[in-house]
Write a protein that binds this ligand. Sequence first.
Ligand code: DAH
Length: 337
Amino acid sequence: MIEKIDEIKASIQNFSIESDADLEAFRLEFLSRNGKIQSMFGLMGSVPKEQKAAVGKSMNEVKILAQNRFDKAKDKLASATKKVFGALDDISLPVEPTYTGSFHPLTQALDEIKQIFLRLGFNIADGPELEDDFHNFTALNFPADHPARDMQDTFFIRKTDDPDTDDLVLRTHTSPVQIRLMKNQKPPVRSIMPGRVYRNEAVTAKSYFQFNQVEGLYVDEKVTMGELIETLVMFARLMYGSDVKYKVRPSFFPFTEPSIEMDVWWENEKGGQWLEILGAGMVDPNVFDAVGVDSEKYTGFAFGMGVDRIAMLRYGIDDIRLLYDNDIRFLEQFKSQ
Ligand code: DAH
């Protein structure tokens, strides 16, 4: 009998209690009505009279041992749970939902664009959204009253016939920042200029009266068209993956000669289509003249890309208005970071 008691004692001591399930298993095995301790007491009847006192004492010790182990393990598990859940008493209470903000898809796309060009050795410059006609048009080689100005439907803030006062416009593109940069800084210049631009256009799924561009400018001795194309291709690969399908085609802008546009292939349910993501070209010597850069000594390339287009392409958004409505149900879908 004593041997049997020792055996139970050992198994109480060796029982590993790491979880609530272990604790319950322990209780069932030793402390429940059909447990080992209760059945051990049931054997008391068969113990010879002279041993009864000693055996009873050992059995009681074992019972106390089991109860103590149970109580201690229970406390320990409860305090471990408290540590995880803080001072909560009832861990089965429903959890309060927590709402975290997210970056706007335009911010995310812009961040990616900036990262890529920082890596390619460009820095970041800034300019005003309220521009004068000189920076927005004239210095960029848009001749006065030339139809090229109609390429962009302009919001005029001040329109004047006074030859000494300039018209004021909401900038129609970020290209005027090129002018400001070159007026302030001698070459070499290697910058991108992100910013918001405005055009007097009907609001549709494809067009909006404001959007975002990133302008780029690289001016130095012997900058070539080859470097321009290489830079743009590198950008497309880093932005869309090395298997991106792209196309570079000739185009026209007053401030670049020659001028190009780049399209990337957008795969969608209907098959896919080419989408224009940027315009670019070699800086026209007339632009250099307007800002006092020696066009005999320096050459440069420039580009301007639509951030909205790029974001829509990147995230499969088919209506530009979604980017400006700021509906939380839409924005919530862009929790990437
Ligand atoms: N400013 C042009 C636009 O808004 C885009 C552009 C084209 C910018 C060619 C450039 C460039 O710097 O070289 O349509």
